[in-house]
Design a protein around this ligand. Structure first.
Ligand SMILES: Cc1cc2nc3c(=O)[nH]c(=O)nc-3n(C[C@H](O)[C@H](O)[C@H](O)COP(=O)(O)O)c2cc1C
Length: 253
């Protein structure tokens, strides 16, 4: 099994690991640390789990571009997973399904799981929790069963919730800011997936390229980076109220 994920704040990676459990042979590919820059065709028959965080109801645009350009299959079975912050996953999961099918994979299962919102961190705080992890493990077991009888010649696309055409992703109006705690260790600049933090001035952020993924906040050893300011605080309160109702995992086969 190959497990591919993008997980700037860690919950998508945790979800992928909880789905697969302790399988001996899992090859992990973290697109944050190791972006795809050249064609990668999976060996015949090798199943793949692709797990993506939801950004504005879609999969992150940088991942879409990378996967579409470089990840190829020849009838390999694939599992599509979207991880979202308790607002909604909108069209992210069908987008991932379509992308994988277009590149030669047969999507045999899909799931949307909830995790702490990586911008508004009071939303879905503590998730995935015990119940979520149990559902993730159950989903993994159901996928293994479906994989055991998989025949690419008999594949017809499964139904996954979402709209086609997909809704247009709106940009996020907040970007991480840096305060005086910055000790210029450059961890943020070296790991930013869009190179939006200049090495010479790591306390700044290029607002035109930053995708607000929050990897820099997660990696910063001195908590210098974060979403801050009165406008953010007001937006956070409104968002917390809007997304207070607990959403549950949704599975598709
Ligand atoms: C730029 C951005 C946009 C987001 N958009 C949504 C969204 O549309 N719906 C939602 O429920 N959560 C949204 N989230 C929350 C993430 O999907 C969620 O926190 C996810 O678990 C983050 O994954 P990670 O911990 O692997 O980085 C967004 C987060 C970011 C950073």
């Amino acid at each position: 099994m190959t497990s591919i994920f993008f997980s700037p704040r860690g919950t998508t990676k945790k979800t992928a690991r909880a789905i697969l459990g302790h399988q001996e042979k899992v090859l992990e590919r973290d697109l944050l640390g190791r972006p795809l820059t050249e064609e990668w065709t999976l060996p015949a028959g090798e199943p793949v789990l692709v797990s993506m965080p939801v950004y504005a109801g879609r999969i992150p645009s940088i991942c879409r571009e990378m996967l579409l350009a470089h990840l190829k299959g020849h009838g390999n079975p694939a599992i599509a997973v979207a991880v979202y912050g308790n607002r909604d996953y909108d069209d992210a999961l069908v987008e991932l399904q379509d992308l994988l099918e277009e590149n030669g994979f047969c999507v045999i299962a899909g799931a949307a799981f909830v995790a702490q919102h990586s911008i508004f961190t009071k939303v879905a705080a503590g998730r995935p929790d015990e119940d979520d992890r149990r559902r993730m493990a159950e989903f993994g077991a159901m996928c293994r069963e479906k994989l055991s009888g998989f025949d690419p010649d008999a594949h017809t696309p499964i139904h996954i919730k979402g709209n086609r055409p997909y809704k247009k992703a709106k940009g996020v109006p907040f970007q991480p800011e840096c305060n005086q705690n910055c000790m210029k260790c450059y961890a943020c600049a070296k790991n930013c997936p869009t190179h939006s933090i200049p090495l010479e001035t790591p306390w700044l952020t290029r607002t035109d390229t930053c995708i607000s993924c929050g990897a820099c906040i997660y990696l910063c050893p001195t908590q210098a980076r974060g979403y801050r300011g009165p406008v953010f605080e007001v937006a956070a309160k409104g968002f917390e109220a809007m997304c207070a109702k607990r959403r549950e995992p949704e599975l598709f086969f």
